[in-house]
Design a protein around this ligand. Sequence first.
Ligand SMILES: [Zn+2]
Length: 285
Amino acid sequence: MSRIIAPVAAVVVGLAVVIGVGVGLAIPAAERAVVAAVEWALDEPAQHADTSGVPTEPDKDFGDVQVYDVLADGTLEPAVSGVAPEVWELFVRMVGTDVAGESIIQYRAGDAPDSDTLAYVYQDADPQYWTLAVNLAVADDPQLLIATLIHEYAHVFSFDDGEFVTDAACPTLALLEGCTADDSYLTAFYDTFWAGYPDAVDVENLDPDLAWQFYETYEEDFVSDYAATNLGEDLAESFMTYVIEDAAEGPTVAAQKLRFFDQCPELVALREHIRTELSVELGLR
Ligand SMILES: [Zn+2]
């Protein structure tokens, strides 16, 4: 049975808080608007889109969504033009063709300007694979879109089935997905940042009111209020901020969370790749 890791994967308000946070985003808001207007030129304007052959399904967050199969080579089936495939192409540029084809099995795209949900991922019945769903209402804001896709991909790599072991006694974290491996990202992130709180929310909390209380008590520990939702969201929001922001300095726990990823060569490399590949869209040059 599939499980939705993050039904409200990245709330607009949460990301807005991230962008204003003290670690210092590379691009001021005004410049982001310029990037959006000038440099985000869609290859195929929406009026040329032909998505008539794409199956649709109702989605509880996004209304009707277009549903694409992701083939092993990272391409979409059916192959059409339009905003939805362009957002997919952005994701492929971000994580690489191989990773996209190996980890995502279905891509869903809706257009719901009134929804707070920007995107979400959930694991397939075969936990090796994921479905990625994106709200195309954010497609005209490249920074927000990229930040959202990074956040979602952080869920994919940190909840990858290889991050879990079968262990009934589970000395680490017993999550719905299983027991976190000793050397998993979630175990390390928990031991470093969450184990010491006497009053943390549950590591799988989904209640936004409890998250807000936790955030208000330890505001300097989090890159956004949404990060205080649970362990997985904290890791995803922190990783997204780590990629988008300049190097984090300072003694706050929030800054330490960004530097945490510097211990992982594969994530350092992913950050460098994204910042190079999407430097124009991110306003880094
Ligand atoms: Zn999330």
